[in-house]
Design a protein. Sequence first.
Length: 77
Amino acid sequence: MGVYVDDLPIASNSNDALKKAINQLKDRFPVKDLGPLEFCLGIKVTRNRTEGTLMLSQRHLVEEILAKYDMMDCKPI
């Protein structure tokens, strides 16, 4: 479990343990389960369960900075 202000991404290799942790939090605090993690702290999270991979990306942030400084056509090298 990671904690940042009011964001609590939780990961587990056991669905039962994950559900138990979420239920324990719900018993003590008002909790809203947003489902599988897609964005956290400006980072896009992409999972491929078949391949067992996890990809983190801030592409949108890079594109925002390039646009701000009129560099969308710059060479990536």
